[in-house]
Every structure is written in structure tokens, then in C-alpha cells.
Design a protein around this ligand. Structure first.
Ligand code: MGD
Ligand code: MGD
Ligand code: SF4
Ligand code: MO
Length: 739
């Protein structure tokens, strides 16, 4: 029996895997495992959703890739590993010679372990010398990350463990459908209410999560910014601000206050559709308790104003004295399995490991020394995910893609699919033949969760050890092996180990002294403890000022100037011996951030003066309806994995469009009838699902399917100016009967 963690979402539920005899007898090697309860892991205490429970189905050879594939005469054909790797090395080096290093793009994923994400970032900068690397996390929590850094100087999704939720007085949950996207976490909200705490859910749909709420507000999609400003207006008008906290722990209040005061409740009601009494009731519930939290997810974040929207919710928390107080504050519910760690160690366009910035000379020196290269050889920041994909076929001629399926998940997907086809060379490493892998020149079949060891960092900032339970089938190799072999073929023999623990040891040194400091974390510790929260420096430092708060380092925003943080201790110098468990003092990790100070240069949280603005595309006569998109419980993301699991397909067999009976009546549409949804980007067709749980001016589509029902054929790639997040959650459409 092997204790490990789920391959899917950011909750990273603990589970045990037990080997059972392989009944398929396909002679392909590999093993089969069964999932059993692992009650000792505190986050899920044994509970799993259907995706986690059925995850082993993907280990069987019937649904996965088992051999490398190379395109010849238009079709993908089986090849040896040497042929496939040679072909990729050739494609990349030819592109580099003909068009320069920046013509090679790299695209990663938040499902990759820390070791893989770290190695991918290093591979791009050291082996390819390209600045053109980004990843699908840009489509996920990047607005919350940018908002968190702007306000607090640091981005860790939740600055407190989930176990604090039941202890707070009130939670405002903004645009999260937790009951479907992280089912075992619903328990924390149930316990909150059992303890007498209040739950307010803000979602244009009355979701399974909203059904649990004491108060459900259903704003028009894309208006959360105005909503938060209206609430802050009322907080001020009703004299509910925490003046002492504002004075002691924040800066920028006057400007933020003035901006909020321009958002009168009646004006906000007109924009959002949320009534003034509902706004007042929200303020009352949020303010009349000693502790309170705001948690956001993709609803308010996947907007072309996502960063400012997050800023407005943080302003509300700061004005009422919440962040850094017990069981209180602002948090973002990160999404992918390693959505948190995947954004810390260098696969992001502007970033170096440890959440350092590529344009910071001290950070470049530190990481270059760990990597054994000249700091001047490191490229600068590159393009964001959508911009990188959009540049394929023009500036980007070859792409190496690992752990994402943009043909289904990118905004304006038909255009992105066409851009992928226009590449000179595309290589994809995946577990299955995804819709994106189908377009590749070379496909590499890689190992997955149960077949390899690695660390992930869950939505709480808790670093975890995902242990190998079985050996992969013959013919399968790991992502680390792929990068090792490609590096060697491109002339870099050293620095790309295939052993995950060896990579982690280097990651510790590279992250030492950075905002996301992992230097005090070892595999041994992770095996003994139920995870360790970063920052966790190699040894306790004297700058720690209070219980639970580590020596916080600032991560500069795209716009704020970067603070150069000199390495404080000898142990933080690259190459220095790092202590392991048992070797003297050990830093306990940092479950709770900001208790004494924020990670800004002056230790104060920064208010940001923000104002409401419309979505990039508002409804008009031609496209009169709002489309929003999201998830269902039984499918995961682009569906590449979960559409291959029978039990999940039976529960969620295909796309649909959710609409209100009033809209259906206007169209003359009936339940189950195919509807055409048309936007300025394209047309999709999906059966009608008529329900009173959605606003009459809005339709909803899940984005898990390719083909005719692909929601992303419709979505708008308008980007947030700071986070570069596309507007997945709002665009204007026309709905018609398809027949
Ligand atoms: N079953 C399942 N679970 C998953 C995933 C999955 O694909 N499937 N993916 C994982 C990942 S990577 C992520 S990022 C998380 C996402 O987790 P969530 O953020 O919970 O998921 P979504 O369904 O994208 O969006 C949440 C809600 O936002 C609402 N919404 C839409 N527009 C707006 C708006 O303008 N304002 C507000 N306030 N709400 C709005 C939608 O109606 C939806 O109910 O889930 C993770 N867990
Ligand atoms: N319309 C709309 N679009 C959205 C969203 C939305 O709410 N609405 N949400 C966005 C969000 S939040 C996200 S996170 C993205 C996600 O969208 P994608 O990036 O497409 O995510 P996945 O479907 O998880 O793709 C992961 C791929 O990697 C493979 N894989 C899994 N593990 C490994 C591994 O260890 N190594 C390798 N090499 N491959 C692996 C899987 O088989 C799969 O093919 O979608 C975004 N797109
Ligand atoms: S909630 Fe997330 S981590 Fe937990 S079992 Fe489901 S998919 Fe896996
Ligand atoms: Mo995500």
C-alpha cells in the first residue's frame, strides 16, 4: 500500500494505492492499482470525489499512449524513443538556427510536479535559450496571483489552511462552485455553518454550492468589480471600517476609499442586478462577526478585469481589518493539481524559481549560479500563454508542449487550433492522445502520477510528496527523462537529472531566499509530515517576528518595483550544504501568512484604487445574451483524461447549454433540443438544458469537450492588462435553434 495524492485538482486529496494483479494480461508490463481511503491526510480525511476514485482507470493500456508517435505521410505512426527524441531535437535546433532561439516556444501545465515545472523552465532558458515559455496556469489563477502580489507582496493562493474556514464567522465565496470542483472541501463550509458561521455565495447560477448558502447573490457575469466596490461603499457609509487596522497595517486607503465612494448602491444594483437590500445584508453579515473571509475562484478572476476585481475584494477585506488576523482574510482557491507550485518555479514567462522575477538582476545572479551559467545568458521575460499561442506560425515556429490541451481549453480555440497547425514543428508529451497531441509531429508517451514520484503544492501552499506506487509499462518514460535526453541531444550533458529527488535538491537551492522558499523542505520531511507549508527556509531565521509567520519575501508585481532581497544566511547561498531533518534546527513551515507583517517593502498591505469597467464584450442587438463557462463535477478540464473513464462519461456524457425557461420560451426551444450558440469567434452546437437556476440574460456551457460543442470556439481572448488572463467567463452570444 502506498500513501499518495490524487492526480487531478489542487485539493490534492490523500489516497492509498494498493497493487492488484493485472487481469488484462496484455503482456505490456505495468501494474494496476486500487484506490483506498487514506484517513490520515487532514485536507480530505479520506473523502474523494468520483474523479479521484476512478483515477486508476487511466493507467490501463487501453486508453493511454504506449509508444512514441511520429508523423509521416500525414499520419502519426509508432516509432522508437530514439527516433522520436532525435526528431524533436532536430526540429528545435533547426528552428533555432533558421529563426533564432525565440522562435522555439515551450508550453507547460499546472498539472506538472514541482520538479517537472522547474526543469521545464530551466530547459527553456538554458538549453533552448528562449524567452518564449508560459503555461496553462495563466488561464487559471493568474488574476488572483497578480492581485495578491499587488496588495500583499506575495502570492500564495490561501494564506491559511482550509481548517481555518469552519472557525471563521462569515465566508463570502465569489465565483466558486466548490461542491462540484472540490467536493471533499464542501465539508469545511458545512462545518462553518454547523458552527454558526454564515456563508454567502456569489454566482450568476444557483449552483450546488449556492444551495448551501445563507445568502446567494446572482450578479450579471462580469460585474463582480462593481459589486465589491458597492459593498465597500456601504461599509464606509455605515461606519463599519476598522480604522486602527487601516492606520497600522495598510497604505493607500484614501484613494481606494474615494474610488469606492463613487459606486453608489443604486448604481451598483443597476450594473450587477443585485438589489440594494441584498448588498446591505451582505455587509451586515460580513461585518458583524469577529472574523471573516473572502474566497475567490475562477468566476470573478477569468475576466479582462480579473486583477482589479480581486483588488476590490481585497480592499473590502482590508477596510474591515481581516487579512493577517486569526481565521480571516482573502484567499484564492487555486485549481490544478500543482496549480500553486506550478506557478512558483519558472515555467511562467516572467519568472525564475522560488517565485523570483526574471528581470531582477539579483534573482538572475542567484539562479544562474545554481544552474552554472552566465546570468547574461538568461533570456528576459516572454509572452503570456494566449499571446504565445497566438504567435505560433508567425514568430513562434516550433513548440514543445507538456501537460496541456489548448485545442479544447484555450480561448478562441478554433483560431488557436489553426495556429497550432501552422507551426513548422510541434512536439507533445502526454499520457493520452489529446486533441492537441493529434496535431503534433512527434508525440511522447509519458508516465503519470502513480508511476513516478514528485512533489506538488496544494491550494493551501502545502508541499506534498506524491509517491510512486507502480512501475510504468514498457515503452513509457518520464517527463524528466524526456528533458534529460533532449538536453543531451541539444548539447547540454549536465544539469537535467532524471531522478526527481535530485531535481528537488537543486530546486531547494534555487528557491532559497526567494519568496517561495523551499530550501528547508526535503523528501524525508515530506514523507514524515503531512506536507510542509512554504515559505520554509533551510533554518529558522532571526527575522521571524511571530508565531506561524516566516521571513516573508516580496514578489514584485508586473507594475510595482521589485525589492531586491539579499540572501540573509550562509545556508541560502547557492551550493551551500542545506540541513535536513534531524540535523539541528528545522523551520516548521508557514501555515499562516501575514500575521505580523505583509510581504511588501514597508510591511503594509496596499489598497488599490480601482473602478468599475464593462467587460471587453457587452451584449448588443446582434449578440444579446451573455455566455459564461465553467465545469461539471465528473469531467476535468479539457476532458483529455476524464473523457477516457467510463464511469465519468456515463455521469457527464457530453456538452450542453444551460438556459433559463424564459429565454427558452422566447426561442421556442425545448429541453434536450440542439441549440446553436454564436459569438464573434464562431459557432457551437449543444443540447439545451433548461433550468431556473440561471439568470435569464445568461447561458452557461462547460468547456470539457472538443468538436461541435466546444465552448471555447466562442470565448473572447480579451486579456487582463496585468495578469494577461483571457475573458473566459464573459462574452456576448446569440442563441438559436440549431435545426
Ligand atoms: N470537476 C472538476 N473539478 C475541477 C476542475 C474541473 O475541470 N472539473 N478543474 C480544476 C481547476 S484547474 C480549477 S481552476 C477549479 C475551478 O473551480 P471553480 O472556479 O469552482 O470552477 P468554474 O466552474 O470554472 O467556475 C465557478 C463558478 O463561477 C461562476 N461564474 C461564472 N461567471 C461568473 C462571474 O462573472 N462572476 C461570478 N461571481 N461567478 C461567475 C460559474 O457559474 C461557476 O459556477 O476547479 C478544479 N476542479
Ligand atoms: N471556456 C473555458 N476555458 C477554460 C477554463 C474555463 O473556465 N472556461 N478554465 C481554464 C483553466 S482554469 C485551466 S487550468 C485550463 C486547463 O486546460 P488544459 O491545460 O487543457 O488542462 P488539462 O485538460 O488538464 O490538460 C492536461 C493535459 O496534460 C496531460 N497530462 C496529465 N499529467 C501529465 C504529466 O505529468 N505530464 C504530461 N506531459 N502530461 C500530463 C493530460 O493527459 C492532458 O492531456 O483550461 C482553461 N480553459
Ligand atoms: S477533489 Fe480533487 S484532489 Fe480530491 S479526489 Fe477529487 S479531483 Fe482528486
Ligand atoms: Mo484552472
Amino acid at each position: 500500500m502506498t500513501p499518495t495524492h490524487c492526480p487531478y485538482c489542487a485539493l490534492q486529496c490523500g489516497m492509498n494505492l494498493t497493487s492488484v494483479p493485472d487481469s488484462s494480461n496484455d503482456g505490456n508490463g505495468g501494474g494496476v492499482v486500487e484506490v483506498t481511503e487514506r484517513a490520515d491526510f487532514p485536507v480530505n480525511r479520506g473523502a474523494l470525489c468520483g474523479k479521484g476514485r476512478t483515477a486508476p482507470a487511466l493507467l490501463s493500456s487501453g486508453v493511454r499512449l504506449t509508444t512514441p508517435l511520429i508523423r509521416s505521410d500525414g499520419a502519426l505512426r509508432p516509432a522508437t524513443w530514439d527516433e522520436a527524441l532525435d526528431r524533436i531535437a532536430d526540429g528545435l535546433s533547426r528552428t533555432r538556427t533558421e529563426h533564432g532561439p525565440d522562435a522555439c516556444g515551450v508550453f507547460g501545465g499546472g498539472g506538472l510536479t514541482n520538479e517537472k515545472a522547474y526543469t521545464l523552465g530551466k530547459f527553456a532558458r538554458v538549453v533552448l535559450g528562449t524567452s518564449q515559455i508560459d503555461y496553462n496556469g495563466r488561464f487559471c489563477m493568474s488574476s488572483a496571483a497578480a492581485g495578491g502580489i499587488r496588495a500583499f507582496g506575495l502570492d500564495r493562493g490561501l494564506p491559511f489552511p482550509l481548517e481555518d474556514i469552519p472557525k471563521t464567522g462569515c465566508v463570502i465565496l465569489v465565483g466558486s462552485n466548490l461542491a462540484e470542483t472540490m467536493p471533499p472541501a464542501l465539508r469545511y463550509l458545512t462545518e462553518l455553518r454547523d458552527n454558526g458561521g454564515k456563508l454567502i455565495v456569489i454566482d450568476p447560477r444557483r449552483t450546488r454550492t449556492a444551495e448551501q448558502a445563507d445568502l446567494h447573490l446572482a450578479p450579471r457575469p462580469g460585474t463582480d468589480l462593481a459589486l465589491a466596490l458597492g459593498l465597500l461603499h456601504l461599509v464606509v457609509a455605515e461606519g463599519r471600517t476598522d480604522e486602527a487596522y487601516i492606520q497600522e497595517r495598510t497604505s493607500g486607503w484614501e484613494e481606494a476609499r474615494a474610488a469606492a465612494m463613487a459606486h453608489w448602491p443604486e448604481y451598483v444594483e443597476r450594473i450587477t442586478g443585485v438589489s440594494v437590500p441584498e448588498l446591505r445584508e451582505t455587509v451586515r453579515m460580513f461585518c458583524e462577526t469577529e472574523s471573516a473571509m473572502v474566497l475567490t475562484a475562477r468566476g470573478p478572476e477569468q475576466q479582462s478585469k480579473g486583477t482589479d476585481t480581486v483588488g476590490a475584494w481585497i480592499n473590502l477585506c482590508l477596510a474591515t481589518g481581516r487579512p493577517g488576523r486569526p481565521n480571516s482574510g482573502y484567499g484564492c482557491l487555486t485549481g490544478q493539481g500543482n496549480g500553486q507550485g506550478g506557478r512558483e518555479h519558472g515555467q511562467k514567462a516572467d519568472q525564475l524559481p522560488g517565485y523570483r522575477k526574471l528581470d531582477d538582476p539579483a534573482a538572475r545572479r542567484h539562479v544562474a549560479e545554481v544552474w552554472g551559467v552566465d546570468p547574461d545568458s538568461l533570456p528576459g521575460p516572454g509572452r503570456s500563454a494566449y499571446e504565445l499561442l497566438d504567435a505560433m506560425g508567425t514568430d513562434i515556429h516550433a513548440l514543445l508542449l507538456m501537460a496541456s490541451n489548448p485545442v479544447v481549453s484555450a480561448p478562441r480555440a478554433a483560431h488557436i487550433e489553426e495556429r497550432l497547425r501552422s507551426l513548422d514543428f510541434l512536439a507533445v508529451a502526454d499520457v493520452v492522445l489529446s486533441e492537441t497531441a493529434e496535431l503534433a509531429d512527434v508525440v511522447l508517451p509519458v508516465a503519470q502520477w502513480a508511476e513516478e514520484t514528485g512533489t506538488t503544492t496544494n491550494l493551501e501552499g502545502r508541499v506534498l510528496l506524491r509517491r510512486q506506487a507502480i512501475t510504468p509499462p514498457d515503452g513509457i518514460r518520464s517527463d524528466l527523462h524526456v528533458m534529460h535526453e533532449l538536453a543531451a541531444r541539444l548539447g547540454v550533458e549536465k544539469g537535467f537529472p532524471t531522478d526527481p529527488e535530485e531535481v528537488f535538491e537543486e530546486l531547494r537551492r534555487a528557491s532559497a531566499g526567494g519568496p517561495a522558499d523551499y530550501s528547508g523542505i526535503t523528501y524525508r520531511r515530506l514523507a514524515e509530515e503531512n506536507g510542509v507549508f512554504w515559505p520554509c527556509p533551510a533554518a529558522p531565521t532571526t527575522t521571524t517576528t511571530g508565531t506561524g509567520t516566516g521571513p516573508l519575501k516580496s514578489a514584485a508585481t508586473e507594475e510595482a518595483p521589485h525589492t531586491v532581497v539579499p540572501d540573509a544566511t550562509a545556508a541560502n547561498r547557492p551550493g551551500a550544504e542545506l540541513p535536513v531533518t534531524g540535523a539541528g534546527e528545522v523551520h516548521p513551515g508557514t501555515p499562516r501568512l501575514f500575521l505580523d507583517r505583509f510581504a511588501t517593502p514597508d510591511g503594509r498591505a496596499r489598497f488599490v484604487a480601482v473602478n468599475h469597467r464593462p467587460s471587453a464584450e457587452e451584449p448588443d442587438a446582434e449578440y444579446p445574451v451573455l455566455l459564461t463557462t465553467g465545469r461539471v463535477v465528473s469531467q476535468y478540464q479539457s476532458g483529455a483524461q476524464t473523457r477516457r473513464v467510463d464511469e465519468l462519461n456515463a455521469a457527464a456524457p457530453g456538452p450542453f447549454v444551460e438556459l433559463h425557461p424564459r429565454l427558452a420560451e422566447r426561442l421556442g426551444a425545448v429541453e434536450g433540443e440542439p441549440l446553436a450558440i454564436v459569438s464573434r469567434r464562431g459557432r457551437a452546437v449543444a443540447p439545451a438544458r433548461i433550468t431556473t437556476t440561471i439568470r435569464p440574460d445568461t447561458v452557461f456551457m462547460p468547456f470539457h469537450w472538443p468538436g461541435e460543442g466546444r465552448a471555447n470556439t466562442l470565448t473572447n481572448p480579451a486579456l487582463d492588462p496585468i495578469s494577461r488572463m483571457p475573458e473566459f467567463k464573459t462574452c456576448a452570444v446569440r442563441v438559436e435553434r440549431a435545426s
